[in-house]
Design a protein around this ligand. Structure first.
Ligand code: 13P
Ligand code: SF4
Length: 332
């Protein structure tokens, strides 16, 4: 029986990957992995991508089972879009600190304070929260989703304050109310850390995920002339990958979860990709280990269930999200 890959033992790693592929075939399963997963999980998956790309794939793939290597809300989103499929998450405790900042009851109470407002939810929310909303978005289509809403309609944007500030900035709308949630990993990539890194690497380009606490500081650095505008990009993880493929920069500083570096370095070995904060690691994402993936494929454990009524209400919001924005690995 293959065991987990050890970096120092390529034979073990190869046997593990072969066993994963064999079990996936026998279970008629497709393996989807988010860009923040461990490198070996990204490499063994059928598809690795950002939240929007993985949602689109979940809705389209033929396989009867989806093994989702990501966090709970992502696997739930896959189940909402593909209710007839079995969706397995190798570790059901893989949650999200951002999704935990808001409940369905919170959304109902907020909506009651703003009758007539359109409720836009970042996909990093539970199925119960999505069921209370009008449309979902991811970091790669958030601005397009906002632009699809008539100018005169008030918007309640939840739950991420930094992504909310970003969409307000890029759409220029002042009738957006933002829930003050945050992801502990991205909030930790703050303005102070960013300014220090930029000062030490004045010639590097900068890719910033809009969930980051430093997104405003990055644009301030541009505004103050400290960094030229064409060297700073605010991007989803899929957008970072598309930009990396085309980049001729010698160095790019990356402000997001460190798992992203694996895809970026593989996409463009000529450019040095370095984290703004090397400690920005999501322990929920890293709960999906080689051993757990193998166990799920072998035993069918970690099945995601969403009750029919919640799923039907959440599906309207998620399907609107999937229909809006450029179909790609996700980049704005
Ligand atoms: P994207 O992959 O959509 O950029 O999302 C990042 C994220 O934080 C997922 O939890
Ligand atoms: Fe949630 Fe943040 Fe982890 Fe993404 S990085 S899954 S937003 S806790």
């Amino acid at each position: 029986m293959a065991t987990a890959p050890a970096a120092a033992d390529p034979t073990t790693a190869r046997e593990w990957a072969e066993e994963v592929r064999r079990l996936a075939r026998s279970r008629d399963a497709v393996i989807l992995a988010h860009n923040y997963q461990r490198p070996e999980i990204q490499d063994v998956a059928d598809h690795t991508g950002d939240s929007l790309a993985l949602s689109r794939l979940a809705a389209e793939v033929d396989a009867s089972t989806i093994v989702f290597c990501g966090v709970h809300f992502m696997a739930e989103t896959a189940k909402i879009l593909a209710p007839q499929k079995t969706v397995l998450l190798p570790e059901l405790a893989a949650g999200c600190s951002l999704a935990d900042t808001i409940t369905a009851e919170d959304v109902r109470a907020w909506r009651a304070e703003h009758p007539g407002a359109v409720v836009v939810a970042y996909v990093n929310t539970s199925a119960a929260v999505k069921a209370e909303t009008d449309v979902c978005c991811t970091s790669s289509n958030a601005a397009d989703v906002i632009r699809s809403i008539p100018e005169d309609r008030e918007i309640l944007f939840l739950p991420d304050q930094f992504l909310g500030a970003h969409v307000k900035r890029v759409t220029g709308r002042d009738n957006i109310h933002v829930w003050m949630g945050e992801c502990h990993v991205h909030a930790g990539i703050d303005g102070h850390t960013l300014r220090e890194r930029v000062a030490a690497e004045p010639d590097a380009e900068l890719y910033v995920h809009p969930e980051c606490g430093c997104a405003t500081s990055a644009l301030y650095l541009v505004g103050s002339g400290a960094v030229p505008e064409d060297r700073v990009k605010v991007l989803s993880t899929g957008g970072m990958l598309s930009a990396a493929e085309k980049s001729s920069a010698s160095k790019v500083l990356i402000a997001t979860e460190t798992g992203m570096l694996h895809q970026l370095r593989a996409a463009n070995p000529a450019t040095a990709f370095e984290p703004v904060n090397p400690r920005a690691e999501c322990h929920y994402m890293k709960m999906i280990t080689a051993d757990k993936l193998l166990a799920t494929l072998r035993d069918g454990t970690g099945e995601i269930r969403v009750d029919d009524e919640t799923a039907a209400r959440a599906r309207r919001s998620v399907e609107r999200m999937v229909a809006i924005g450029t179909p790609s690995r996700g980049g704005e």
